[in-house]
Design a protein around this ligand. Structure first.
Ligand SMILES: Nc1ncnc2c1ncn2[C@@H]1O[C@H](COP(=O)(O)OP(=O)(O)OP(=O)(O)O)[C@@H](O)[C@H]1O
Ligand SMILES: Nc1ccn([C@@H]2O[C@H](COP(=O)(O)O)[C@@H](O)[C@H]2O)c(=O)n1
Length: 232
């Protein structure tokens, strides 16, 4: 773990969940930048484990083998919203974990209970060690499992066709159909493990279907400001 010293103050936690392509990562990062806070991408850990398992020739469909791969999984991530890096051991996997081959197997890795238990503890330790005033943490189960007591919990969503169009634009050169099919398949598989389509009690929904990027960032910051006023 990169974060070993614990500050006296626990950071203000903003938990953000939502389906694939809803803007969790880009919006959360920009919110953190504007507030001068930290940013934690939790999906990167599941992706890094999928990379590690694949590189170690582990069958990602075999839950016991994936769980065993945790023993040799030396994961590190930092929380800089201007350019965080992801390492497994000495290898910088920041770009490699975004490859379609990793996206195709990450849900199989994420469904393994031992994996979730382990990574949830990793995320909580990173949050607790954060030295900045606040941290925006995004994923699928942050509002419900990782940080259910966070002062701000948001479900960031958008209509499926809008999410698919945004992702297809981002991945120019890849077929829009294949990109959309993978996004839908990943949501279907992930939704069997955690519910990130419906806001849990106390979670605020921000629907960006009809909002541009900047308006979405502003909407999230408005929820945070409101909570700061309420919690003093
Ligand atoms: N409100 C918005 N208007 C237009 N584009 C947006 C908006 N929100 C996000 N985007 C764009 O949509 C794309 C997908 O966003 P992003 O990668 O942040 O989603 P995500 O929820 O983190 O996805 P995944 O779970 O698959 O990693 C990015 O290109 C991002 O810039
Ligand atoms: N809190 C989380 C975050 C992610 N996952 C799994 O990781 C995959 C990749 O996540 P991205 O946000 O980088 O797309 C995702 O498809 C889930 O399988 C998770 O389970 N919980």
């Amino acid at each position: 773990m990169q974060h070993e010293t614990h500050p006296l103050e626990y950071p203000f936690v903003v938990a953000v969940d939502g389906p694939a392509g809803s803007g969790k990562s880009s919006v959360s990062k920009e919110v953190a930048r504007r507030l001068g806070w930290a940013f934690l991408d939790t999906g990167a850990a599941y992706r890094a484990l999928a990379w590690h398992a694949t590189a170690s020739h582990v069958d990602t469909d075999d839950a016991a083998s994936v769980a065993a791969a945790l023993d040799s999984f030396a994961y590190r991530i930092d929380t800089d919203p201007y350019g965080y890096r992801v390492h497994v051991g000495d290898v910088d996997v920041t770009e490699a974990i975004r490859e379609p081959g990793i996206s195709a197997v990450v849900s199989a890795v994420a469904r393994v209970p031992e994996v979730r238990t382990h990574l949830i503890e990793v995320f909580r330790a990173i949050i607790a060690a954060e030295g900045r005033e606040g941290i925006v943490v995004e994923g699928r189960d942050i509002t419900t499992v990782v940080a259910p007591d966070a002062p701000v919990r948001i479900l960031l969503t958008a209509a499926e066709e809008v999410r698919m169009a945004r992702r297809a634009k981002e991945l120019e050169g890849h077929s829009a159909e294949a990109t959309g099919a993978q996004l839908r398949a990943r949501d279907r598989a992930d939704a069997k493990v955690v519910d990130f389509m419906n806001a849990a009690e106390g979670v605020t929904t921000v629907d960006s279907t009809d909002l541009d990027f900047d308006a979405t960032v502003e909407a999230v910051i408005a929820v945070i400001r409101d909570a700061q006023v309420r919690t003093g």
